[in-house]
Design a protein around this ligand. Structure first.
Ligand SMILES: O=C([C@H](O)CO)[C@H](O)[C@H](O)COP(=O)(O)O
Length: 184
């Protein structure tokens, strides 16, 4: 068991060292410049998106998760954050396309820089990880399906919030705590 935990940790550390930090910094700038932020992704990728959206809300960003009951329509000046390891998931691509059509900006986080989503996005962060597709350029992994992408996604998105908080908001831990639900 120790060996598995150790290998998973090494996989993620290795990938994180290859992420272009400037592209993550630019994502943080996109978050800060957006009128409102709409986070989207399917399956486990979408679950990482929900964790990201929750923390953005605590940090004071106007954010929605696409598909949730009270999410309004997207408009010009907003940012659609499209999360997809493959970059080819139909629903995410179609919604990104729609978001651009109405004048919103699109930021993608994906493991495939050649994917349709990467081509469409105004800004893309590339995570050089293994996905469920197991494409030729993807690294080896002991983990199933898109675990390596999902884990890296979670850490990189959290890092982008920390950067945005430090650079643009100076939000204190106490302020974040104030935003945390008190209905639990
Ligand atoms: O749920 C998923 C699957 O378990 C892979 O780990 C994916 O996140 C879902 O299928 C969406 O795929 P991508 O758009 O390629 O991230």
């Amino acid at each position: 068991m120790n060996e598995i935990i150790d290998t998973v940790g090494k996989e993620i550390t290795g990938v994180l060292h290859q992420v272009d930090s400037e592209s993550v910094q630019r994502l943080a700038e996109e978050l800060n410049n957006a009128k409102r932020i709409f986070v989207d992704g399917e399956g486990r990728t979408g679950l990482m998106g929900k964790a990201f959206a929750m923390r953005l809300m605590h940090a004071g960003f106007p954010v929605y998760v696409v598909g949730e009951t009270i999410t309004p329509s997207i408009a010009a000046g907003d940012l659609y954050v499209a999360l997809s390891g493959s970059g080819s998931t139909g629903g995410t691509y179609t919604k990104a396309d729609k978001a651009r059509e109405v004048g919103a900006r699109v930021a993608a986080v994906t493991a495939n820089p050649e994917s349709p989503l990467s081509q469409l996005a105004d800004h893309a962060v590339y995570l050089p990880t293994a996905t469920k597709k197991r494409l030729a350029h993807e690294p080896d992994t002991i983990q199933p399906l898109g675990n390596q992408f999902d884990q890296t996604l979670h850490l990189v998105l959290d890092a982008s919030i920390i950067f945005a908080m430090e650079a643009f908001k100076s939000t204190s831990h106490e302020e974040l705590k104030q935003q945390h639900t008190n209905l639990e």
